[in-house]
Design a protein around this ligand. Structure first.
Ligand code: IMP
Ligand code: MG
Length: 192
């Protein structure tokens, strides 16, 4: 990670983005490392990745191209940040889960673990379907020491400070998913 004030990625306007937190090269290295660990754990098995839309889209696309195992993709929508908000609503909206997850080795893939509400709710729903195994993976986890009851993911890409981040799939009000780096969103009142 970096606290650097590197030049802003394409697609970012300097009024909205504070700085790059995790540069693209570091993301790629870590994603490849995660793919190696996941590939090793599921060697000889068929894996179903249940990716949480929309935030995990780019993470999913990069990760699976480094996975040397048989695998399927399953998709589900969830959203706990309504509109232009940087506060979790704690009430994730979800689509229907595919019943085909029963008896499968399921890995839930999400972009970020914040309050943990989304992951906890999804985990419970998937568990009820009866997968053969169920694990979870997030690209980033916010460091929230006052939140000990959060679910513990099996795989975490990066531990980050409690700031609102965008880029590499993560959005603010549906914007900035296309930034190649993980960037900190400028907060109201923060100077440029
Ligand atoms: P949780 O349910 O509070 O853990 O929130 C998880 C969801 O909120 C993630 O899947 C993200 O879509 C979204 N989210 C949480 N923190 C951020 C952030 O810093 N930037 C963008 N989206 C976030
Ligand atoms: Mg999400």
């Amino acid at each position: 990670m970096t606290d650097g004030r590197e030049s802003l990625p394409p697609g970012a306007s300097s009024g909205d983005i504070s700085h790059i937190l995790v540069p693209r090269q570091e993301i790629q290295r870590r994603v490849e490392e995660l793919a190696r660990q996941i590939g090793h754990l599921y060697e000889g098995k068929e894996l179903t990745i249940l990716a949480v839309l929309t935030g995990s889209l780019i993470f999913l696309a990069d990760l699976i191209r480094h996975l040397p195992i048989k695998m399927r993709i399953s998709l589900i929508s969830a959203s706990s940040y309504p509109g232009a908000s940087t506060r979790s609503s704690g009430a994730p909206l979800m689509g229907d889960l595919p019943a085909a997850l029963a008896g499968q080795h399921v890995l839930i893939l999400d972009d970020i673990l914040d309050s943990g509400c989304t992951m906890a709710a999804l985990r419970e729903k998937v568990q009820a379907i009866g997968p053969s195994t169920l694990r979870t993976c997030v690209l980033v986890r916010k460091f929230l020491p006052g939140c000990p009851a959060r679910p513990e993911p099996d795989f975490v890409g990066f531990e980050i400070p409690d700031r609102f981040v965008v880029g590499y799939g993560l959005d603010f009000d549906h914007l900035y998913r296309n930034l190649p780096d993980i960037c900190v969103l400028r907060q109201d009142g923060e100077t440029q």
